[in-house]
Design a protein around this ligand. Structure first.
Ligand SMILES: Cc1cc2nc3c(=O)[nH]c(=O)nc-3n(C[C@H](O)[C@H](O)[C@H](O)COP(=O)(O)OP(=O)(O)OC[C@H]3O[C@@H](n4cnc5c(N)ncnc54)[C@H](O)[C@@H]3O)c2cc1C
Length: 490
């Protein structure tokens, strides 16, 4: 049986490992960090807190369901899902807006803000649903290697409805004018990728996912999902090696022969690299085998990095729900500070996640588990002084919103920013979410999932197809594993 190595144990690497071990291959995962999960690792503290270090929005539950059903398991066999209601709160200057999970209540909310907008929401969602069906069922499964992949009758018929060439921002404003509704619709693309005006309107599929399919919380956090996937891969025979950074992909006669891990050479018949694409090319491959040079990467638009605080709070916080977006400041200006004129934002937007509102296993009784995240341009200067300055800005607004002292009750505090993304994940410029979802970085225009010069070397993860986010990472791992299986069958 072929021996296959996977570099990295994030969602995409684990996904590939599950599919390849199911097919009977000998699969080994090498992970530089001490545990699996990559950007979705968990942090456990000595005083009883468990933090999801990265993702916190469980959207597109159907993608997770389809993943596990490929192995004849259902999500419920592995972890329980809780539907959050409200899905989330958005705090504006004049107070919070609760975004209900029930669609009829959501329509009432729209109507209360802008007359006539509830029926426009129906129209918007019917279009977004079409994009979700075609996008998430068809487009995302294409390896992006040939235009012929799009010679599918549904795709051809739907190409105009998919709105690949028009701007997301314009699309939203065709339906809604009130700034609160515009902010509600635009936030998912801003946090995961690019200026709404540079994002194709195709991505309104995210609004369908977020506002009609529900915002869920997996029991045990995203760490519970990672645990389930690692268990599945290991049950099928996959071996995971931690604290095992790969330092070289060994190539002879234009074929991968193995890896150098902890100064030892290990032989393999194929490799899938799920670590950040730029790191794999620049640091693990000799120059003649790289798909892209430094010039290519320097011209790409990267998704944001972020400043995160993991906080333990030794009391219950009353006026706070599981997810809260702090949008009292201007969305457009913060996006300019990320994408157009990169700098630490003067008036930032940020996001607070309080998992202890839905899960009493993530903190000591009577405490809260709090995660603050502020999107930031990648590659900026990152100092303790700057981190502290923005901590104070965020905590002040949190205290104002909740009406209570929080700072005085913090009994665990850890910050995480650009330097940590680089040292922990070998991330290019400390990006958090890979490449931005702009038109010129969509589908076939993303970095290729195959190495064009070495036929048994493949890539997966948030920098190649289909893109950033946990559901795309699951699909990316599947697409890469299908190419590996094809390679051995031809
Ligand atoms: C703060 C944050 C919040 C997010 N929020 C959400 C959210 O709410 N919902 C959502 O869907 N998505 C979210 N995302 C995005 C999502 O988490 C990622 O897109 C996804 O987890 C990426 O998975 P991956 O497998 O591509 O990469 P990674 O998770 O980065 O995995 C790559 C792995 O490779 C390892 N590695 C690197 N170099 C080497 C080497 N030389 N040798 C061995 N191993 C190596 C790394 O340590 C890492 O474990 C968030 C991301 C972040 C950072």
């Amino acid at each position: 049986m072929p021996r296959i190595a996977i570099i990295g144990s994030g969602f995409s690497g684990l996904s590939s490992a599950c599919y390849l071990s199911k097919a009977g291959h000998e699969v080994h995962i090498y992970e530089k960090n001490a545990a699996s999960g990559g950007r979705a690792r968990q942090l456990k503290t000595d005083n009883g807190y468990t933090f999801d270090m990265g993702p916190s929005w469980y959207w597109m539950p159907d993608v997770f369901e389809r993943f596990f059903s490929d192995f004849n398991i259902s999500v419920q066999d592995e972890y329980k899902l809780k539907l959050l209601d409200p899905s989330f709160d958005i705090v504006f200057k004049d107070g919070p807006m609760h975004v209900p999970s029930d669609y009829a209540e959501l329509k009432d909310l729209f109507e209360s803000i802008e007359q006539g907008s509830s029926s426009k929401l129906d129209d918007f969602m019917s279009d977004a649903r079409f994009k979700y069906e075609v996008g998430m069922r068809k487009l995302v499964h294409k390896p992006g290697l040939s235009l012929l992949e799009f010679a599918d009758i549904d795709l051809i018929k739907g190409v105009l409805r998919l709105d690949v060439f028009s701007s997301f921002s314009k699309h939203v404003k065709n339906y809604f004018q009130h700034p609160k509704l515009v902010a509600l619709m635009e936030f998912p693309v801003l946090f995961l990728g690019a200026m709404p005006r540079d994002t194709p309107a195709l991505y309104s599929l995210m609004n369908y996912a977020g506002l009609t399919l529900g915002t869920w919380y997996p029991e045990g956090g995203f760490g519970g999902v990672i645990k389930a996937m690692q268990k599945l891969a290991e049950r099928q025979g996959c071996e995971c090696y931690f604290n095992s950074a790969v330092s070289k992909i060994v190539i002879e006669n234009k074929k991968v022969k193995g890896l150098i891990v902890n100064n030892k050479r290990v032989e393999y018949d194929a490799v899938i690299a799920s670590a950040d694409y730029h790191h794999v090319e620049e640091n693990l491959l000799d120059k003649e085998y790289r798909n892209y040079d430094e010039n290519y990467w320097s011209k790409k638009t990267f998704a944001p990095s972020c400043l995160i605080f993991y906080l333990g709070v030794s009391k219950e916080i009353k006026n706070l729900v599981h997810h809260t977006l702090f949008f009292e400041e201007d969305l457009e200006q913060h996006s300019i500070d990320i994408y157009k004129d990169p700098k630490w934002p003067a008036k930032p937007l940020f996001y607070a996640c309080c998992t202890s509102k839905s899960d009493n296993t993530v903190m000591p009784a009577g405490h809260e588990n709090l995660f603050l995240l502020m999107p930031l341009a990648p590659g900026l200067e990152d100092t303790e002084h700057l981190r502290k300055k923005y901590f104070n800005k965020m905590i002040e607004r949190l205290e104002y919103h909740t009406g209570e002292d929080i700072k005085g009750f913090v009994d665990y505090e850890k910050s995480y920013c650009i330097k940590d993304f680089i040292s922990d994940y070998n991330s290019y410029k400390g990006n958090a979410y890979g490449l931005a979802n702009t038109l010129l970085q969509t589908a076939n225009l993303k970095p290729k999932i195959i190495n064009k010069k070495v036929s048994n070397l493949f890539y997966t993860g948030q920098l190649t197809v289909p893109g950033p986010g946990v559901p795309p990472a699951l699909i990316s791992g599947k697409v890469a594993s299908e190419l590996v299986l094809k390679y051995f069958n031809t």
